[in-house]
Each structure stands twice: as C-alpha cells, then as structure tokens.
Design a protein around this ligand. Structure first.
Ligand SMILES: NC(=O)c1ccc[n+]([C@@H]2O[C@H](COP(=O)([O-])OP(=O)(O)OC[C@H]3O[C@@H](n4cnc5c(N)ncnc54)[C@H](OP(=O)(O)O)[C@@H]3O)[C@@H](O)[C@H]2O)c1
Length: 283
C-alpha cells in the first residue's frame, strides 16, 4: 500500500518541504507521497485525527500549528516538551508521537557547515519566537559560555530566558531590548550571531531588510541567518561585506527534514539530494 506524509500548517504556498521530501522518498525507492494539507488552527484537530489512518506515516507541522498540536498527540519526545513545539509527527499503529527536529537541524548545520566549536563561546540571538526556543535549547546542550537574546518585545525575550534558566546551569543568559543593539557590548563581543527573526524573509513584511545595519555586525562572529528564502539574505550579504563568516538557513531546513525523514522511514535522509531539490524549489 502506498503511504503518505503530510505538511500541516497555513499558508503552505511557499514551503519547499514538499519538493525536497518527495525527492528523498523517490530517490530511496519508497512509495510515499508528501502532500500539503493547508490547515488553519481551528481545523487542526480534524486534520490530526486523519493522521491515525494506517496509510499515514506521519506529518511535518509548521506555523501556526506547532504549539497547538501538542495536546492532540499521544506522546512527545523530551525535546518537544522542553521546546513546547512539534514539527514532526510519527504515526505508530494509530498512536501519534510528536518530535522537534529543529534542534538537530540547527546543531548539525552549525557544526558541519559552519565549522563552529561551542566551547566557551558567546552567542547572541536576534528574536525570541518559536525557532529561537529550539536554538536556545540546542545551545544549552553544548558547552557555550553565554547566550544573550535581543527581542523587539522585551517581555517575550525575558520569557524565553526565564523558561530555560534551569537548563542553563553555569551558562549566562540575558534578555535585552532590541533598542540596545545600538550600544550593546554583548553584540560586539559575540562569537556567534543568529538571526531567529523573520526579518528579510521573501514575501514577508520585511522582505529586502536586514535586522542589523552593517556597522553593527561584529566582524569576528559567525553570522548565521535562519531565514532561508532567499538563500542569500540581505543580512548575510552585509555580513560578508564587513568580513564576517556566514551561514544561511537552508542547510538547517534540510537537516531537520532529514531527521524527520529518518523518524518516518527508519532510513537516513539523503541530504545531498534534499539540498539540491530545496535549492531548485527556491529558485
Ligand atoms: N532554517 C530553518 O530550518 C528554519 C526553521 C524554523 C524557522 N526558520 C525561520 O526563522 C524565522 C522565525 O521563525 P519563528 O517560527 O521563530 O517565527 P515567530 O515565532 O513568529 O517569531 C518571529 C520573531 O521575529 C521577530 N520579528 C518579526 N518581525 C520583526 C521586526 N520587524 N523587527 C524586529 N523583530 C521582528 C519577532 O519579534 P516579536 O516577539 O517582538 O514579535 C519574533 O522574535 C522565520 O523566517 C522562519 O522561516 C528557519
């Protein structure tokens, strides 16, 4: 029997996951179709129930359903519980298990493609939304020295930091208002600067913009933009111009997708094929 995996969220028009996941299934000779199920939050329970059918391997979950899906599932991985968001569902004989593979995607991309060594490094996050929670969790699992979060809404930044205070142990955590980016020594002293905001995202309200002007980008940091569409964002362009090392968000997207693929199929995701298809879909 042919099986299906679906993408749940809204809107899905610009998602490249269907392209690269289908390429992965096809290249492994698996009879699996990856379908888009455009689902607004109020129709989520209905969609989740259909995932229990024997023909469904599982799902990817995206905005705005990543948090709302949690009470509808039967079991969660420890990582999904700590982050408070699910991006992958696996159907095991009618029982739905929720996972979050963003953490693995972020760490693999940062180590393998960014060549970053965490020990004793100072990280700065721009943004405190859903993906920032996964990034914070990933960084606290490593031997990082400090994480400073700048967010437009300072309350949300503080909430992010306080919710990870227990895991942080000796790692210094600090939330600062966005306006302090202009004067902050934490930004200038950082070794890793991660854009976890949606600023610069194609089709978004801030398309074509960078979260920081060039003069504020620390030259010695690895500048990591999680926005992957366009592949070279205005932020990355500016960072390159001032001589900083850069990393774009597309490889994280593919690594999290490969981790989801492995959860559904038990097989390693063919990362090279997935990356090539993701690039083609973006173009
Ligand atoms: N590469 C990957 O694999 C990957 C994975 C997941 C997400 N992402 C990307 O990461 C980005 C964020 O995703 P998310 O799920 O975390 O979104 P989210 O939960 O909606 O959070 C958005 C964040 O961006 C900030 N923001 C938005 N517009 C801003 C502006 N004009 N000025 C300052 N701050 C602004 C928000 O600040 P406030 O709190 O003040 O509103 C918030 O911190 C998206 O572009 C998404 O595509 C990439």
């Amino acid at each position: 029997m042919s099986k299906s995996v679906v993408l749940i969220g809204y809107p899905l028009k610009h998602s490249v996951s269907p392209a690269f996941q289908q390429a992965a299934f096809d290249s492994c000779g698996l009879e699996v179709r990856y379908e888009k199920w455009e689902t607004e939050a109020e129709r989520l329970a209905e969609a989740v129930n259909k995932l229990r059918q024997p023909s469904m391997l599982g799902a990817n979950v995206t905005i705005p359903c990543k948090e709302g899906i949690i009470p509808l599932l039967d079991e969660l991985s420890d990582t999904a519980v700590r982050i408070g968001a699910v991006n992958t569902v696996v159907n095991r004989d009618g029982r739905l298990m929720g996972f979050n593979t963003d953490v693995e995607g972020f760490t693999t991309a940062l180590c393998e493609d960014g060549g970053f060594a965490f020990r004793n490094k100072r990280a700065v996050l721009l943004g405190a939304g859903g993906v920032a929670r996964a990034v914070m969790f990933a960084l606290l699992n490593e031997e990082i020295r400090s994480v400073t979060v700048f967010n437009r809404s300072i309350e949300r930044g503080r909430r992010l930091v306080s919710s990870f205070a227990r895991e942080a142990g000796r790692i210094e955590l600090l939330a600062l208002p966005w306006t302090e980016l202009e004067t902050s020594s934490a930004l200038q002293d950082s070794d890793l600067l991660v854009n976890c905001t949606s600023i610069g995202m194609r089709y978004g309200a801030t398309e074509g913009e960078s979260p920081l002007r060039a003069e504020l980008i620390p030259h010695g940091a690895l500048v990591y933009d999680l926005v992957y569409n366009p592949e070279e964002t205005p932020f990355l362009r500016e960072a390159k111009r001032v001589g900083a090392k850069t990393l774009g968000g597309l490889s994280m997207l593919v690594y999290q997708g490969a981790a989801s693929f492995e959860l559904w199929t038990g097989k390693k995701g063919p990362v090279d094929i997935m990356l090539k298809s993701a690039r083609e879909a973006l173009e």
